[in-house]
Design a protein around this ligand. Structure first.
Ligand code: SAH
Ligand code: SF4
Ligand code: F3S
Length: 434
């Protein structure tokens, strides 16, 4: 019997898919090459924006056709499953089972019941041990970096966001478990970990998040620690200090601001003003120059005026983010923002998005150009030369480097190499071995 997992969404979903794959293999299933040779297809879904949901329904349509031709079990998990629950069966009767985000370990039981012919099998319960998933069961993708869950859920209540509904309230994994898992990962050959949570810096699994970073950094053989993602209100001076001084913590911070207008931030219920956000950034002090900064923006939030949007552009100029991710506001079911009047035409929202992204592309290019001439360490992230003849590596600042490597020379996958940056484009650096 073969299984296939298709994944949308954030790193948390990627990592959940690694956990689900491990559970399937433990039950004796083997990985399929594609839908064609799979007996069970599991869609691990995202519902952060409507576009993400549409992709899932398109794929479900394709699977309905496949099911007409042969026996096939279709399961849906992830955030759309948790949000829609039994509603999914009504909208897409080709679904055999639905597994919520807080019930991952119930997968084998659900598959077994569905295989036995039971229809509409579902578990969207809240299991308190979900975040204590046995690390040895996880089947990691063969990338250079290992993902590690430290906290699940979110206690904030941003008015546009579906995540508190789909991921529940915060559950913190004990720090000793986290450190033990990282030790095992290093023994397996990983040299880099990314600590995951909807809001990692509200971590409280027996210590603060800054303390957790220091404890994980003590694991011998580990080279870099990354983390994602952080709410500005939980970004403390202690964390800024750790980021600035612990050399194993990669020099990169993703601190989503969403908007540069206080009026919009208030309606988003982000719990900070622009000034308070900037105060928190200032915690980084002199290290700010060295640490690459990234953020998220939502444009076209209900009631966003042209002046509000200009404030967002002004904030972009002021902070000069090294990179950012920006999205047009997408109304999500059951969220408080649905009650706000939203009369801005979609075309105007798209225009704002394009303007913001065009300016960010210039800033990112400038940020990349400032790196030209620098000698850095970068991790080899391809197992061979790519189409353009170069190898792929990644710096601590989370920059892709296209590495020119002499003909016939092979680089060690997953290892840090010394490089010199020789050029820059908007999406990557060019470099050579130092
Ligand atoms: N916990 C993270 C956010 C995770 S969602 C945080 O608070 O920073 C990732 C990003 O998706 C958010 O930062 C936001 O910019 C965007 N997003 C979330 N809900 C959205 C919506 N309804 N419409 C458009 N973008 C949204
Ligand atoms: Fe969503 Fe806000 Fe929680 Fe981030 S902090 S997951 S945007 S509710
Ligand atoms: Fe999407 Fe859920 Fe992640 S909504 S962004 S998969 S937490």
């Amino acid at each position: 019997m073969k299984y296939l997992i298709e994944t949308w969404g954030c790193q948390m979903n990627d990592h959940d898919s690694e956990k689900l794959a491990g559970l399937m293999e433990k039950e004796g299933f083997q990985a399929a090459e594609g839908v064609e040779d799979a007996d069970v297809v599991l869609l691990n879904t995202c519902s952060i924006r409507e576009k993400a949901v549409n992709k899932v329904y398109t794929e479900l349509g394709r699977l309905r056709e496949e099911k007409k031709r042969r026996p096939l079990l279709v399961g849906v998990t992830g955030c759309l499953a948790q949000q829609e629950k039994a509603g999914l069966f009504r909208r897409a009767p080709q679904i055999d089972f639905v597994l919520g985000t807080m019930a991952l370990q119930q997968l084998p039981r659900l598959v077994e019941e569905a295989r036995a012919g039971k229809a509409r099998v579902m578990d969207t319960g809240d299991y308190p041990d979900n975040h204590l998933f046995p690390p040895e069961t996880t089947l990691r993708h063969s990338t250079a970096k290992a993902l590690v869950t430290i906290i699940e859920g979110c206690n904030h209540a941003c008015t546009y966001c579906i995540v508190p509904t789909t991921r529940g309230v915060e559950r913190h994994r004990p720090w000793k478990d986290v450190v033990a898992e990282v030790e095992d990962l290093v023994a397996m050959g990983f040299r880099e970990v990314e600590l995951l949570g909807q809001n990692v810096n509200s971590y409280l699994g027996g210590c603060t998040f800054a303390q957790l970073l220091d404890r994980v950094a003590e694991v011998e053989g580990l080279e870099w620690i990354r983390f994602t993602t952080s709410h500005p209100m939980n970004f403390t001076e202690e964390l800024a200090r750790t980021l600035a001084t612990n050399s194993k913590v990669a020099p990169f911070l993703h601190l989503p601001v969403q908007s540069g207008s206080d009026a919009v931030l208030r309606r988003m219920r982000r719990e900070y003003t622009v000034e308070q956000y900037l105060e928190r950034l200032a915690y980084l002090g002199g290290a700010r120059e060295r640490i690459h900064l990234s953020t998220d923006f939502i444009v076209g939030f209900p009631g966003e005026t042209e002046a509000d949007f200009e404030d967002t552009l002004a904030l972009l100029e002021r902070v000069r983010y090294d990179q950012s991710f920006s999205f047009v506001y997408s109304p999500r079911p059951g969220t408080p923002a649905l009650r706000l009047a939203d009369d801005l035409p979609q075309a105007e929202k798209s225009r704002r998005l394009t303007r913001l992204q065009a300016r960010q592309t210039e800033l990112t290019l400038e940020s990349n150009q400032r790196m030209v001439g620098r000698s850095l360490k970068a991790r080899v992230e391809s197992k061979g030369a790519l189409d353009g003849g170069h190898w792929l590596a990644r710096t601590g600042e989370w920059k892709n480097v296209h590495l020119a490597v002499p003909e016939g020379r092979r680089l060690p996958f997953g290892e840090l190499v010394d490089i010199r940056v020789t050029g820059a484009g908007p999406h990557f650096l060019r470099g050579e071995l130092a």
